[in-house]
Design a protein around this ligand. Structure first.
Ligand code: NAD
Length: 255
């Protein structure tokens, strides 16, 4: 039997990038997936390509009413057991240049969106006997960088909300974990205009001296969605090429 057979998942931001890689991997392992995004054309095309295993819906993660419509639609594929809160937007400005409107826009998608997703999915997951919620945070939810005051605040919030939700939902056999990618070669990372070789250059002093690929993060999500991860909850799962471990120092001896 396939690793995820019988699982039904919602993947937000599933039309491209890491979300798309996650949709593809979950389906490869036997799951059926509702692709939820604001990018309707690529989202629908992906669902069409995957046939009976996927549906697409327009869902703005910051809209409570969109969430109320999406969960019953997902359940037309079968009993919901997995939610991947992957959608987010990047924003890079200093504290001085970040307006309140900028800040609240990032919070409404990256933070409120994850809260609304967990809140909307909970009754179905509980009534179906349990499941797995995977919240995509970031390396910037473990540390941060100049210019990321808004984005990073939401990624730390995702990490914190994950732990609160794990405490509340564990007794219903619902596991909640956060995934922390490092630099991954997607549109958010400039894949539209930057070659992979150029992207690799940013990571030359990392333990693994290259950019990461969407499928390398999707693999962690697939593990957390599966019954191989039944004793993992409230935890951080990192796929960052060693970024959070430290940086290679060229002035010190090395292999
Ligand atoms: N790429 C990286 O280097 C990197 C690093 C760390 C964490 N992340 C995180 O990984 C996740 C996926 O990022 P990615 O690199 O694939 O980015 P991406 O920009 O390629 O994809 C993000 C997807 O989210 C969708 N989206 C944006 N706003 C939305 C909304 N309001 N409602 C629904 N969908 C919306 C977009 O349309 C897009 O399909 C994000 O949570 C991001 O913060 C990315």
């Amino acid at each position: 039997m396939a690793r995820l057979s019988g699982k039904v998942a919602v993947v937000t931001g599933g039309a491209r990038g890491m979300g798309e890689a996650t949709v593809r991997l979950l389906v490869e392992h036997g799951a059926r997936v509702l692709i939820a995004d604001v990018l309707d054309a690529p989202g629908q095309a992906l669902a069409d390509e995957l046939g009976d295993s996927a549906l697409y819906t327009h869902l703005d993660v910051s809209s409570e009413s969109d969430w109320q419509a999406a969960i019953p639609l997902a359940e037309t594929l079968g009993p919901l057991s997995v939610l991947v809160n992957n959608a987010a937007i990047i924003f890079q400005k200093t504290i001085v240049d970040t307006t309140v409107d900028d800040f609240m826009k990032i919070v409404s998608v990256n933070q409120l969106g994850v809260f609304l997703g967990m809140q909307a999915a909970f009754p179905a997951l509980r009534d179906n006997g349990g499941g797995s919620i995977i919240n995509v945070s970031s390396i910037d939810g473990l540390q941060s960088k100049n210019s990321l005051v808004a984005y990073s605040s939401t990624k730390w919030a995702v990490r914190g909300m994950t732990k609160a939700a794990a405490m509340e939902m564990g007794k219903f056999n619902i596991r909640v974990n956060s995934v922390h990618p490092g630099g991954i070669y997607t549109a958010m990372h400039g894949s539209d205009f930057m070659s992979r070789e150029d992207a690799d250059q940013f990571y030359q002093n990392h333990a693994l001296p290259r950019v990461g690929l969407p499928r390398e993060v999707a693999a962690l999500t697939a593990f957390l969605a599966s019954d191989e991860a039944t004793y993992s909850t409230g935890a951080e799962f990192i796929a960052d090429g060693g970024w959070s471990a430290g940086l290679v120092n060229d002035s010190l001896p090395q292999l």
